[in-house]
Write a protein that binds this ligand. Structure first.
Ligand SMILES: Cc1cc2nc3c(=O)[nH]c(=O)nc-3n(C[C@H](O)[C@H](O)[C@H](O)COP(=O)(O)OP(=O)(O)OC[C@H]3O[C@@H](n4cnc5c(N)ncnc54)[C@H](O)[C@@H]3O)c2cc1C
Length: 479
């Protein structure tokens, strides 16, 4: 191991190490082969999922077009048809919105939760616009066919037609909660408040279902479409209940995870160790995270994502948590040995199976972002040249998370370790600086975890230095 020039000669060791007894008994690390994923799995599922969703959208719009185009010549025909097309596509996409965040294991594994949520966020405005278009055009079409005004027709639709009051509540919920999810609006409320509100979107989708079957003319004319539509809704309900409720509960019953140790690591950072039954069978690899639900009075109702900070060794799991808010700040005092834990997941595609056989690996971490990076590097099969760049503010006592372990692992595995010090705004992160620390950057697989600004600068510098975009993988600690 070679430690870079920034390390002051007398740099002290990090405080808060776990007692030697605890480590040897429970958490001795097994060889990296345990939990290593198959080499270089091809990411086809994501393309396949996109293709299926796209074909579905085409089938929905196509069948709606064919089934409603006969009415084009009637009074209000074009507006009603526009209302039906926007309804069908908007509703179909609202189901796709829920499918992508239904925590489907193979989708999570292949694409990664951060990208699924990013796709969810990008698609949501289209759903709101399409459903708003449906409300406007359907009302306009009816008004034109009845020779009335838009508003009187709208109120008549709401109060005189079956299932329209729930549908109107659904529309209002969707608009309000979508506006509340705009980043600026969301940053104004506590995450938990936003999250509970967001759950009402499931209710909105359910409330909108009745009027589709009761009033959808194309469902009356095409029983096969009606059956497929009901099947789609049922498939979604089963997928959500299965992956977001039953699977986590079944896994909890099977593995009975509980807190085994809570150990301070560095300033505002704590290591939490978990044990349970048959932990070696949990299908998790280094770099992945779980949504942790701690069985304590304050936190049982919230699930928070924390990455594993050590590759699974078949006996224990560990997370390393920085005090960034109310729950993460509470763990050190609230968690006790034996506290039951429900771990949803594993999730995340920030994993070693993305590395081509024999390729060099460059990993970059800022602060507690070292957690998934360390676990990922420990799960790497041997034969990869590894450069680890650790961005830290300074070498003050206890200021660097997992420092002793990072240095010990770097020595044990022969990684080249560089510290990048200074304030995030002042420390030099450009192509020349990266190439100086990792001359093989252009052909390397690059993994980075840290704040958004840090990741953007690293990615820009790496691409500038000739690295390929598809070889840059990142994990961001905010969704
Ligand atoms: C994939 C992933 C992996 C992570 N791994 C780690 C890790 O290994 N170690 C670590 O210290 N931190 C990690 N985090 C960050 C950690 O989840 C948040 O710091 C924690 O949830 C904050 O909750 P809080 O109640 O302490 O703070 P709050 O004040 O409630 O929230 C602070 C910020 O954290 C985010 N946040 C809060 N609750 C959640 C939630 N349930 N889901 C998603 N984001 C939330 C919000 O953006 C919020 O603005 C990870 C985050 C993600 C997305």
């Amino acid at each position: 191991m070679s430690v870079s020039t920034d390390l002051p000669r007398n740099a002290p060791h990090v405080a808060g190490e776990v007692s030697s007894r605890t480590r040897t008994a429970l958490f001795r690390r097994r060889s990296p082969s345990h939990g290593s994923p198959p080499p270089h799995s091809r990411r086809r599922a994501g393309d396949l999922a996109a293709l299926i969703a796209g074909l579905g959208a085409g089938a929905v719009v196509g069948s709606a077009w064919i089934l409603t185009s006969a009415g084009l010549d009637a009074a209000g025909g074009p507006a009603t048809m526009a209302g039906t097309l926007t309804a069908m596509l908007g509703t179909y996409l609202s189901l796709v919105l829920i499918f992508v965040v239904a925590r489907i294991p193979w989708l999570e594994r292949e694409i990664g939760q951060d990208r699924l949520i990013a796709f969810h966020r990008r698609l949501a405005p289209f759903v709101v616009v399409l459903i708003t278009g449906h409300v406007f055009f359907t009302t306009l079409g009816y008004a034109q066919s009845m020779s009335t005004g838009w508003w009187p027709q709208f109120t008549s639709l709401v109060f005189d037609y079956p299932w329209m009051v729930p549908a109107t509540v659904a529309f209002a919920l969707m608009v309000v909660l979508s506006v509340a999810s705009i980043r600026r609006a969301r940053s104004k409320v506590r995450y938990e408040t936003w999250w509970v509100g967001h759950l009402y979107l499931y209710l909105a989708v359910a409330l909108g279902f009745g009027h589709q079957l009761a009033l959808g003319s194309l469902f009356a004319d095409a029983p096969w479409l009606r059956l497929s539509w009901i099947a789609l809704y049922l498939a979604l309900a089963v997928t959500v209940v299965l992956n977001r409720v039953l699977l986590p509960l079944l896994r909890h019953r099977r593995y009975r995870l509980r807190v085994a140790a809570v150990v301070p690591d560095s300033d505002g950072v704590v290591n939490v160790y978990f044990t349970g039954n048959g932990i070696e069978r949990i299908p998790v690899v280094g770099g992945q995270f779980f949504e942790w639900r701690f069985g304590t009075r304050h936190w049982w109702w919230q699930a928070h994502p924390y990455s594993l900070s050590a590759t699974p060794d078949g006996r224990s799991l560990r997370i390393t948590v920085k005090n960034l808010g109310d729950q993460s700040g509470d763990l050190a005092t609230e968690l006790k040995v034996g506290t039951p834990v429900l771990a949803e997941g594993p999730y995340g595609a920030f994993t070693a199976d993305r590395v081509r056989p024999g390729a060099p690996v460059v990993a970059l971490a800022a602060g507690v972002g070292m957690a998934p990076v360390l676990a990922l590097l420990q799960s790497l099969p041997s034969g990869h040249e590894v450069t680890l760049i650790y961005r830290v503010v300074d070498f003050a006592e206890g200021s660097i998370p997992l420092r002793a372990e990072v240095e010990a692992e770097a020595a044990r595995c022969g990684w080249t370790l560089h510290y990048l010090t200074g304030e995030i705004s002042t420390c030099r992160i450009d192509d020349r600086a990266l190439l100086a620390m990792a001359p093989h950057l252009a052909e390397a697989e690059i993994f980075a975890c840290g704040p958004a600004g840090f990741l953007d600068r690293i990615e820009a510098a790496a691409l500038q230095a000739g690295a390929a975009k598809e070889r840059f993988h990142h994990e961001l600690f905010v969704f």
